[in-house]
Design a protein around this ligand. Structure first.
Ligand code: MF3
Ligand code: CO
Ligand code: CO
Length: 257
C-alpha cells in the first residue's frame, strides 16, 4: 500500500467519522448504565440492544469467533473479557468496556474503564487517571510528520510517570474500514520509529496499564479473557484518532452530550 499505510480517502473518512461517533455514543450509554448488582451478561445484552438501535452491528461478535457483543473486563481482567450470567458486578469493582460498531461499511472501536465507587481509593485513582493521561499524551503526539513510535513513547513516558505496568502483548492499531488495520501502535518504545504519520490515517490508541506487573495470562478455558499475572487491577482507555494536517481529531470524542 502507498507509504505502507492505510491512508483513507475523504469519502471513507466521512463514513469512519460517523461510525466512530455512533460507537462513542453507545460506549457512553453503556458506561453510564452499569450498576453494581448487574451481571456482565446484563451489560452485554444491553450493549447489543443499543448497537442494534443505532443501526449498526457489533464489530466484535464472531470476530475470530469472539462470542460477545462487547468486551467487558472487570478488575484484574485487562481486555477481551466475555460477559457471563454469573459474574455480578460489585460496588467496588472497576469495569472496562470496549465497544466496536460496524456502521455503513465503516468501523468504530473505543474503550473506557469506569469505577463503581464514586470516590475510589488513591490506588484506583492513580490507575484510572494514569491510564487516561497516557492516552491523552499519546493523542497529543499523533501529528503528521511524526512517527507511530512518537505516540508509543508518549504513552510509555506517561505510564512510567504514574508507575503503571505496560501490557506489551496487545497494542493499538489502524482502524476504519477493517477493525484492525496496519500499523500497530504499541504502548512502549524501543522497536524503531515505525511509519511516518500522514493525514488520512486513523489510529486506535489504547493503553492497557496495570497497578502491578506488566505480565498477563490468557484464560485457558475461554481462550479470550486476558488477566494480570499477579491479580493486580488493570485499566484500558481507547480512542480512535484521525491524523490531519494540524491537530489530531478524536473521532470517538462524545460530541452529543
Ligand atoms: N476492541 C479490541 C481492540 O481494541 C479488539 C477486540 S476483538 C474481540 O482492538 F474479538 F475480542 F472482540
Ligand atoms: Co477496542
Ligand atoms: Co482497538
Amino acid at each position: 500500500m502507498a507509504r505502507g499505510q492505510n491512508v483513507h480517502t475523504p469519502e471513507e473518512i466521512v463514513r469512519i467519522r460517523r461510525a466512530a461517533a455512533v460507537t462513542a455514543q453507545v460506549r457512553d450509554m453503556i458506561a453510564e448504565s452499569i450498576r453494581p448488582g448487574m451481571t456482565t451478561m446484563d451489560v452485554d445484552v444491553r450493549a447489543g440492544e443499543l448497537i442494534r438501535a443505532s443501526g449498526g452491528k457489533s464489530a466484535f461478535l464472531n470476530y475470530h469467533g469472539y462470542p460477545g457483543n462487547i468486551c467487558i473486563s472487570v478488575n484484574d481482567e485487562v481486555v477481551h473479557g466475555i460477559a457471563r450470567p454469573d459474574r455480578v458486578i460489585g460496588p467496588r469493582d472497576i469495569v472496562s468496556i470496549d465497544v466496536g460498531v460496524e456502521f455503513d461499511g465503516a468501523l468504530g472501536d473505543t474503550a473506557v474503564t469506569v469505577s463503581m465507587e464514586a470516590h475510589p481509593s488513591p490506588e484506583i485513582c492513580r490507575l484510572l487517571e494514569g491510564t487516561r493521561a497516557a492516552l491523552k499524551q499519546g493523542i497529543s503526539a499523533a501529528r503528521c510528520g511524526r512517527r507511530v513510535g512518537d505516540i508509543s513513547r508518549a504513552v510509555e513516558m506517561a505510564a512510567r510517570r504514574s508507575h503503571l505496568g505496560i501490557v506489551r502483548e496487545y497494542v493499538g492499531h489502524g482502524c476504519g474500514i477493517h477493525l484492525h488495520e496496519p500499523p500497530e501502535v504499541p504502548n512502549y518504545s524501543g522497536w524503531g520509529g515505525g511509519p511516518v504519520l500522514v493525514p488520512g490515517m486513523v489510529l486506535c490508541i489504547e493503553p492497557m496499564l496495570n497497578l502491578g506487573t506488566e505480565r498477563i495470562v490468557v484464560d485457558r478455558r475461554d481462550g479470550w479473557t486476558v488477566r494480570t499475572h499477579d491479580g493486580a487491577w488493570s485499566a484500558h482507555f481507547e480512542h480512535m484518532v484521525l491524523i490531519t494536517d494540524s491537530e489530531p481529531e478524536i473521532l470517538t470524542w462524545q460530541k452529543t452530550m
